[in-house]
Write a protein that binds this ligand. Sequence first.
Ligand code: SF4
Ligand code: SF4
Length: 215
Amino acid sequence: MIVSKQKPFAEILAALGEAGRIFLVGCAKCATVCKAGGEEQIWQMQELLAAAGKEVTGSIVIDEACHLLRVQRDLRGKGEPVRHAEALLVLACGAGVQSVSAAVEQRTVAGLDTLFLGNIRRFGHFEQRCSLCGECLLNETAGICPVTVCPKGMLNGPCGGMDEGKCEVNAEAECVWSQIYSRLKARGEFAPLIRTTPAKDFSKMRKPGSLKLER
Ligand code: SF4
Ligand code: SF4
């Protein structure tokens, strides 16, 4: 899931600038789970904008704001409230903002900061476990990602600073490579520990991003 959080209202207001008529867009998927861009946050934003002297022409919470064609269709279906707006304020991740921006002529303002791909620990608690490196090593590392979770991104750890299984960088945390070792050992899988993982191919993470997957 994509984890995001709302920008400070003053920042949103500054980004809206002179635009007086605003249409609000939320996302029913990730932004709703993060309590950043669901129905509730759209209502709260509507009240804040009204108090700041803005007119909210309408709103919609799109099923998946990252879906380009769905966003285009749903916004077209909203008709006049969208056309009448001077700007669209989007409470969705960066992908959602770009879907909206591709679908309308008006200025599109991002109301959230997009943080990371997150695992859900419990409601409202998210953890970064994967940083989308494009070359997954989990088959070699007992399903624990050292690229993301080890502070040094060690591919062949542990580093020299591990102390009795604790991480050199964060003494509260167990060293990722200690966890990987314990898990592999419990399964009797030693082959991944003997192999040396070559340096990552960072061309797979190259920017500007132009990756596409068609199936
Ligand atoms: S190695 Fe880690 S960062 Fe890369 S794809 Fe796998 S889980 Fe994600
Ligand atoms: S102690 Fe382990 S988790 Fe911490 S930086 Fe070194 S290898 Fe990574």
